[in-house]
Write a protein that binds this ligand. Sequence first.
Ligand code: GDP
Ligand code: GDP
Length: 436
Amino acid sequence: MANIIAIVGRPNVGKSTLFNRLVGTRTAIMDDVSGVTRDRHYGYGEWIGKFFTVVDTGGYVSNTDDLFEEAIKEQVDVALEEATVVLFVVDTFAGLHPLDEEFAHKLRRAKKPVFLVANKADTHDRANLSGEFYALGIGDVVYPISSQNGSGTGELLDDVVKHFSNDGIENPDEGIPRISIIGRPNVGKSSFLNVLLGRQRSIVTDIAGTTRDAVDAKYTAFNKEFIITDTAGLRKKAKVKEDIEFYSVLRSIRALEASDVCIIIIDSKNGLETQDLNIIGLANRNRKGIVLLVNKWDLIEKDTNTAKKFEDQIRSELAGMDFIPIIFVSVLNKQRIHKAIETAIDVYESRNKKVSTSALNEALLPEIERYPPPALKGKHIKIKYITQLPTHSPTFAFFCNLPQYIKAPYAKFLENKLREHFGFEGVPVNIVFRKK
Ligand code: GDP
Ligand code: GDP
């Protein structure tokens, strides 16, 4: 069984600071752009040889009382559903707060271990103030800690990991596709996510100062598990335009880098724009899997050839990147959404595929014999065998006598043959020539 720590508590008590301390790296970045998506946020940690997952369920912030009530319930429900232990965080600076009582009320009935954590106890004096939280009636101990300087967190973890099995795994997300959803404003990214994730959608509310960047969240849709790197697509429109431009480009790039497969969405009314080509080029250079969705297909007047013509047009603009699957979707009409995510997962699997040396040689050596590399300066080039290298994204080494004599068009020919035989749709493949 996985060891999972869930962190709950009202805003500003230091949940994300604690999260960062427990997972050991700063995965959450806070900025001041208004309009917030906070979601379940996962990270991994280890304490005295036990591995665990930390979930920051701080997925709410709101101005209205109604939403608060609902959000607290939701946060606690998520925590109790997912966690092995719950850390209920309060703030020694602020003291006992009415919202703490509401959390306590819901947590007292929990069947799972709940640790009451009095945060911001940066000094001894401050730690002594944590006594007032006994009034919340959660457990027999209050743990004064400072998420900022780390004091008290060791004692807390010592007690927390007593509830853990030893078989926690280092990275339980290994093997689960990480997908980013990228596109210019208004192409339908949020709508796509909402349709895809349905009611699993995170809570989106408006409050300044709590925005997070590059948040990962794990989802299941159509029976497939995957991680969306960066849920920015779900956030509400922020108020300052320049910020949004800047953050959206920066965020796209970061999300792209953190993912295995990029789903790039364009608007069928606008076609491929320069910025789309830049992003696709970047994904290609980073050797990410790529799926292109042409959205708002419902707005296009169609005859029998429309899709074909449209696809040909896009393919000509994509130039050398003809391996990218193109899917015409209408998020509005929920058309081909399933196919889109299925394709992204297929691309992920292809990207991890290993082809045996014998299969490569059997398929490709006859092709090479039929159409050998052109001689250069009177010298014959002989490719002897092919093998896939043990790299992260598919790389194929062609061993030959004169590697430096093979030119780009022939490499392209080999890539095409490789794809003909072994697929790799949506996956950039790297071809290298080595001397043998
Ligand atoms: P969240 O809304 O519960 O996730 O809270 P944050 O982690 O965003 O923290 C809210 C504020 O409290 C930030 O300004 C943090 O720097 C501050 N903070 C968090 N932990 C500590 C702590 O241990 N000591 C002090 N002095 N400040 C802290
Ligand atoms: P984002 O900025 O990329 O997240 O785009 P949104 O998801 O906010 O969508 C922008 C606008 O396009 C909204 O008004 C959506 O209702 C609309 N939209 C999204 N998908 C479709 C679609 O398939 N067809 C049509 N006609 N409109 C769509």
